[in-house]
Design a binder for this molecule. Structure first.
Ligand code: NAP
Length: 287
């Protein structure tokens, strides 16, 4: 069992840190808003720290799951950031979805301090975090990954090293690119069915078992038909992720025409007041 710090107890981090404690790791949590850390300590075995640095002091592994590039930089290298508390040889595991650029920068800073860094963004949403069934795609050295993998196993369904530093984040971009086009296709099909006067649930029962089937179709069609959009991954976060994908595509010379269009559709949803709706709310602009 390891000494672990977890920074960021949001929708994802709160249950992920809980799984670490349930496995018997010695967990110290940090959250910017202290009430969430207090709520976590009331529910799980472990303690709370008031800064990332304090949480990271003496930890063998420091996990982060915060918001965007700036947030990650703040908890890692800002004043009272985790890097300043970590001892040589400790491993920083980043579960935030961020750019490969900030990842490589922080990994280089970690190396210079004698620390290790693994980028490990996740997929599987709130339910995956709560059930300990996340898909984790990692970047870093094989040695660092080998140390981190058994600890991440507490909340992983599958965990793989994809390549060197930043490769985990690039893999997560592929994940988000897949979801963007898929969500628009599913939204169009369901809205089309409603206009055609079909029973959407009856149709999905059949087509989800054929070539059109997807996780989104199985798990989201009912609530999309009922205009319920309170299921985890927020549109605001999706736009952050698609922004990273589009910028990276520019940098590497890849083309993402449909992703760029769907990003604008999500902007429409934000303008309709749906920034905190989940990503299946793309159908709202078709109704
Ligand atoms: P969330 O519920 O909004 O939680 C964000 C967490 O980060 C909160 O604990 C917040 O602290 C903390 N935070 C943000 N900025 C910070 C800063 N500058 N300094 C310190 N703490 C800061 O977000 P989430 O849904 O858990 O998502 C977290 C990350 O995972 C994001 O990068 C997201 O894209 C990614 N992700 C989310 C999902 C999902 O389904 N939700 C799935 C896969 C990946 P406060 O409590 O003080 O606000």
């Amino acid at each position: 069992m390891a000494k672990v710090a977890f920074l960021g107890l949001g929708v994802m981090g709160f249950p992920m840190a809980g799984h670490l404690a349930a496995k018997g790791h010695e967990v110290t949590v940090y959250n910017r808003t202290p009430a969430k850390a207090e709520a976590w300590v009331a529910r799980h075995k472990g303690r709370a720290a008031v800064t990332p640095r304090e949480a990271a002091t003496g930890a063998e592994f420091v996990m982060a799951c915060v918001g965007n590039d700036d947030d990650l930089a703040q908890v890692a290298t800002g004043p009272d950031g985790a890097f300043s508390g970590m001892g040589k040889g400790a491993v920083f595991i980043d579960h935030t979805t961020v750019s490969a650029t900030i990842t490589r920068k922080l990994a280089a800073e970690a190396t210079a301090l004698g620390l290790h860094f693994v980028d490990a963004p996740v997929s599987g949403g709130q339910a995956g975090a709560e059930n300990g069934q996340l898909s984790i795609m990692c970047g870093g050295s094989p040695e660092d990954y080998a140390k981190a993998e058994p600890v991440m196993a507490a909340y992983a369904r599958i965990c793989r090293l994809i390549g060197e530093s930043g490769a985990g984040q690039l893999a997560k971009m592929m994940n988000q690119i897949c979801i963007a086009g898929l969500m628009q296709g599913l939204s169009e099909a369901l809205a089309f069915g409603q206009k055609a006067g079909l029973d959407g649930e009856k149709v999905v029962e059949v087509i989800s078992q054929g070539a059109a089937g997807s996780w989104q179709m199985v798990n989201r069609h009912k609530t999309m038909l009922q205009d319920k959009f309170d299921f985890g991954f927020a549109v605001d976060w999706m736009r952050k992720d698609l922004g990273i994908c589009l910028q990276t595509a520019d940098e590497i010379g890849a083309r993402l025409p449909v992703t760029a269009l769907v990003d604008q559709f999500y902007k429409d949803v934000q303008l309709m007041g749906g920034g905190r709706n989940d990503t299946s709310s793309l159908i709202r602009r078709l109704k």
